[in-house]
Design a protein. Sequence first.
Length: 135
Amino acid sequence: MGPPPSGNSDWTAGGVTFAGVLLLVNGALNILQGISAIAKDDVYARVHDYVYRINLTGWGWILLILGAIAVVAGWGILKEAGWARITGIALASLSMLFQFMFLPYAPIWSVVLLAIDVFIIWALASYRPDARQPR
């Protein structure tokens, strides 16, 4: 086995493209999840005596806003905008935090999104666009 991919490998560059798509899709899914929580509070199971208890309408607005920003950042990553990488890392980090807090409402879904967020952070943090070597 060779050395792990560096920030200038084609594999890492492909990971960033995939992370951009994941961030875009993750944002769209957060928007839909947020709308579901805002429109009909009985979509998700009621959780009582939870430390991070926020009513579902509040969660809905958080997820809707985070999702809308994530869609824009995902689009920016695919367009190779400089601001989008840092924004994507910040949004995936916030998404991880909020999905952890949302675990009691949708445990399997939250764990899947946590894993996607980890990949997004890794791909965006390890990519160095200035270090890419021309073919």
